[in-house]
Write a protein that binds this ligand. Structure first.
Ligand SMILES: Nc1nc2c(ncn2[C@@H]2O[C@H](COP(=O)(O)OP(=O)(O)O)[C@@H](O)[C@H]2O)c(=O)[nH]1
Ligand SMILES: Nc1ncnc2c1ncn2[C@@H]1O[C@H](COP(=O)(O)OP(=O)(O)O)[C@@H](O)[C@H]1O
Length: 226
């Protein structure tokens, strides 16, 4: 059986998880799963779950663990025989424990980016909602201002990147992430990267993954939780 590789990327909002995940998925062929993307999809579908989720996301609050787990775990079960990269899940210890009972991670990347850098980046973040493509007016601007490079459709800003929600998101991140980071540190799978520029961090992440993906022995995911 081909060796499987399962990783997660953690970091505060604006730390570059989405940007780096895109590079990882392209360079190493991992399936990419973003919690934020699935949440926005469920909000757009306007289902009962979507209406509930919206109340949290638009205030910059974490969606309850049981809702998140129900959203993410079935997708991971479907990918039991694939290599993947998780962005934005797990974010809490309860989510990490739920994930652990489905599948063990091989590696966790944690991004440490200064607060001022995060604030600057997010106030300048623009999204193509249909595809999730992310732009930044300074770092990677679209070819035509306000328009997606591929489809030409309009770009938007997330409600939760607006200043009021942002402060709450950044404050909560640290408290909630610490036990998750400690857990992965104790399992010996945590790799932390610090800096203010994605382009300077990326070469280190790329070499780490080249080494790990070549040599990592792995097993298929276990049966899901009862
Ligand atoms: N100026 C600058 N912007 C960046 C850099 N890396 C990513 N960004 C932008 O910062 C914003 C947040 O990045 P994103 O990948 O969405 O972060 P996430 O919230 O952790 O998923 C986006 O608008 C990116 O285009 C960087 O090195 N410099
Ligand atoms: N694992 C999660 N647990 C709880 N809430 C989540 C989770 N992932 C995303 N969210 C919610 O969705 C919002 C947007 O998530 P995401 O797009 O990953 O943000 P960012 O990339 O800016 O960190 C978060 O502010 C939070 O409200």
């Amino acid at each position: 059986m081909a060796k499987l590789f399962r990783a997660a990327i953690m970091g505060p909002p604006g730390s570059g998880k989405g940007t780096i995940s895109k590079r990882i998925a392209e360079s190493f062929g991992l399936q990419y799963l973003s919690s934020g993307h699935y949440l926005r999809e469920s909000i757009a579908a306007n289902t009962e779950a979507g209406i509930l989720v919206k109340r949290y996301v638009e205030r910059g609050l974490l969606v309850p663990d049981n809702v998140m787990t129900r959203l993410m775990v079935p997708r991971l079960e479907q990918l039991r025989n694939h290599s993947w990269l998780l962005d934005g899940f797990p974010r809490t210890l309860a989510q990490a424990q739920a994930l652990n009972s489905v599948c063990e991670l091989d590696l966790v990347i944690s991004l440490n980016i200064p607060y001022e850098t995060l604030k600057d980046r997010l106030s300048d973040r623009w999204i193509h909602p249909a595809s999730g493509r992310v732009y930044n007016m300074g770092f990677n601007p679209p070819q035509v201002q306000g328009r997606d490079d591929i489809t030409g459709e309009p770009l938007i800003q997330h409600e939760d990147d607006k200043p009021e929600a942002l402060v709450a998101r950044l404050r909560h991140y640290k408290d909630v992430a610490k036990p998750v980071i400690d857990l992965y540190k104790s399992q010996g799978i945590l790799h932390s990267f610090s800096g203010t520029e994605t382009d300077r961090i990326w070469p280190y992440i790329s070499s780490l993954l080249s080494a790990k993906i070549d040599t990592q022995p792995s097993t298929p995911c276990q049966n899901p939780m009862p």
